[in-house]
Design a protein around this ligand. Sequence first.
Ligand SMILES: Cc1cc2nc3c(=O)[nH]c(=O)nc-3n(C[C@H](O)[C@H](O)[C@H](O)COP(=O)(O)OP(=O)(O)OC[C@H]3O[C@@H](n4cnc5c(N)ncnc54)[C@H](O)[C@@H]3O)c2cc1C
Length: 529
Amino acid sequence: MNTPSSEAGALSRQASLQRLKQTAHFDLLVVGGGATGLGVALDAATRGLSVALVEREDFAKGTSSRATKLVHGGVRYLAQGNVGLVREALRERKAALQNAPHLVQPLPFLMPAFGLKGRLWDKLFYGTGLMLYDLLAGKAGLGDTQFLSRSETLAALPGVRAEDLVGAVQYWDGQFDDARLAVMLARTAAAHGAVVLNHCPVRALLHADGKVIGASVADMESGELIDVHAGCVVNAAGVWVDDLRRMDVDPESRMVSPSQGIHLVVDREFLPGDHALLVPKTDDGRVMFAVPWLGKVLLGTTDTPRDSIESEPTPLADEVDFILGEAGKYLARAPSASDVRSIWGGVRPLVRPPDAANTKDISREHVVVVDESGLVTVTGGKWTTYRAMAEDVVEHCMEAGLLESGEPSGTLDLKLIGAPDTVSHKISDPPGAHLYGTEAALLDQLPGHRHELGMGLTEAMVRFAVRYEAARTVEDVLARRSRILFLDAQLAAALADEVAAIIADELNREGEDVAGFKALARRYRTVPG
Ligand SMILES: Cc1cc2nc3c(=O)[nH]c(=O)nc-3n(C[C@H](O)[C@H](O)[C@H](O)COP(=O)(O)OP(=O)(O)OC[C@H]3O[C@@H](n4cnc5c(N)ncnc54)[C@H](O)[C@@H]3O)c2cc1C
């Protein structure tokens, strides 16, 4: 399939609302605009089906903007013996790298070894495991696993602690900008004919004769309720799938076992260079990453079971202590709470098994459930495998007779909007026009393309976010079209007024009251302790 044009994939709210109201019946209605829902919408649209997707807040506002940003086969799952999951993820990693090279790229990871025990253990255990990882990747491999000497390790990972260091195992995986990839999925789906709307929650499911026939959705800008009818409704609401299932036939639904993970963002000085650091087993058996990303370093993450699921999860003091404590053991300069530029959490939608002792033991695979009412729910999985999950969901819908079997999925080699043939930047570089791929040229045609607001964000990018990328609020722009809130919350707060004024000018309406956004930015820079 050809890469769709920027214009075809420009998300116009007015036009989308019009189509949502005027279309008497869609083949498919998808609820939730995270990786899972957007993947399903795109898959179905490429099969020629008529598709609508509604997201209650913004694309990737949920878990899908809060990942560790790794497109990975999951070395950890290999250690658990889950070869099938690893093989699938490695295939999907290859597809993502090919289909959106401006947003998904290879990244070398180093596992440093300390002392004689470390050298032997790491070479034997992790080195061998990673060679198996390379073997499973086959042609989809990104580079061979290598053992680096002490001096090679220090050269590649200048921020690592030198004391007792004996070397490292290096392997390859991928990294990405999760929220921007989500927006590109939304736009590519729109370019294939899907109606894709953010700020549009499902308020109720519509039923006839015990079957789900659509949903009542709210346009959050006008308050208007719109009934959307569809032959098949897919619940892709991430950690909130149970809320939707409770609107349907199961008031007690408890499919998801929420598990929170947080990240701390610090300056690149703590880990200069272009390699990530992985600690595969911390003292208490967890995994810790330090990942160079968009000019900063992400430190994470945790796996904390939670009962309540907030749209802005609250990092806990214990989680911060764990990350800062572990980072301090492996980095030459230990970061402290005052070094944190931004702190944010996300909640994994793990599928609740009948008897797992803790969330680390719960499968990261996805499940698809077709209820008697015809409501199709998908949850679990991970960002890396969104495409394969989507294919599986649509096939389940077809097998259940909810969607007509038609064309096969066209997403395996479908280039997303903006995908260039070659790239000359790294995702670990500070943000800039390079993240727009082939669309960078469009930015030059917009007012303010030389007016930089901060951290690579120009006035033209804000205008582009509104005209093409469905951004409606300051948060949409500063958290997900640009990632400044996630990188430097104080800077994000400082830019809020100017961004609000540009959005107001684009939309020809009153400027947004930015007090709410500034309060949010305060949360992102407040480290509990
Ligand atoms: C800390 C952490 C680190 C991770 N790191 C990685 C990683 O490095 N690599 C990787 O591959 N995976 C990673 N994951 C997993 C990955 O991020 C998730 O599996 C994925 O983002 C889930 O996407 P989703 O679309 O199912 O859920 P979400 O992104 O949460 O999307 C669901 C959407 O549904 C919307 N919604 C809810 N109710 C309604 C309603 N009534 N009407 C309309 N919309 C509604 C929500 O607003 C939300 O946007 C990580 C997860 C966490 C928590």
